[in-house]
Write a protein that binds this ligand. Sequence first.
Ligand code: NAP
Ligand code: 12T
Length: 340
Amino acid sequence: MSKDLYNIAVVGATGAVGKEILNVLEQRKFPVGELTLLASERSAGETLTFKGQHYVVGLLDKADFKGIDIALFSPGGSVSAKYAPIAAAAGCVVVDNTSHFRMDPDVPLVVPEVNPDDVAGYVKKNIIANPNCSTIQMVVALKPIHDAFGIKRIVVSTYQSVSGSGRVAMDELSAQVTAIYTMKSPEKEVYPHQIAFNCLPHIDDFLDNGYTKEEQKMVDETKKIFGDDSVKVSATAVRVPVFVGHGESINIETEDPITPEEVRQILSEAPGVEVVDDPEKSLYPQQLTSAECDEVFVGRIRTDDTVENGINMWVVSDNLRKGAALNAVQIVELLIRDYI
Ligand code: NAP
Ligand code: 12T
């Protein structure tokens, strides 16, 4: 660490991810010097609290990034596309949470437990991308298994909470539940169908190949983070009426023979992972109990005997913590430890 304190900007500070970034910076006692909070004209002028102090939210369009060391961006893809390069050109290192830069070969895509050394590549554009929430929790759980047994193929189905699509989506789920219990008709705006008491196999836009962008992100980002294009990934992403926490049913096939006991042993020592796997006592990861936690929880580890070396598991994590804010802050911690 070459400075005592770092000047930090949070872009999209009033959003679901931005607010969690402030919580994580405070909880991890990050050495914040000057703090600049930015958003759109919708909330510029509002106040947010950090370490008991009040900060007025500024307008991104008017911001000057000179003198800011690190900016954590989560204002949406098109906004990051425009403003992250402006911040980077002013000498600020950007950690971007949107999907915009993730597959850019000159932008590293980092999960600190998996590919921490890739952070070094930030020098090309002064930008580091934070992966998609569903990808992050999957690669944290699978990397130690990949290293030990060689994963050939992954089939994953996600059960993703509404907080993944932001503040307005969380409000939509609450409003629909309230409307239904008070005999009113539920209104929809964020999702194409009612999400209360329903599941939608539709996250982000559909592509020509019949998959959604969310599913495609899990395929492409996993290969980039593992640095291994040979891993085959097939994904189905489903929105469920849960506020926080994504669940994933993951099936893997490995090169080498593998047992559930070996997986439990490896994952019990893996960074960022907690094994919760005692079905006799009804113990397995759940969205409700994972909310506000930092870990990636893994359970229901069992053999898939329909293939040669197959394992099934259930993986849950808080999408706003490890899936977004925590991973981004961990990247910043690596940056200040080794690079700036
Ligand atoms: P959100 O709750 O809707 O918040 C969006 C934030 O961006 C708000 O602070 C909003 O400010 C701000 N914003 C929107 N348009 C802006 C503009 N033109 N100029 C300045 N600020 C603007 O959304 P969220 O859930 O926090 O997600 C934000 C982004 O992070 C999305 O791109 C999403 O895909 C991504 N995301 C990433 C991960 C991940 O890294 N794994 C996880 C979840 C989401 P106002 O208050 O002024 O509207
Ligand atoms: N559409 O970071 O709607 O690429 O849950 C994360 C979450 C995109 C992303 C969602 C999304 C991202 C969602």
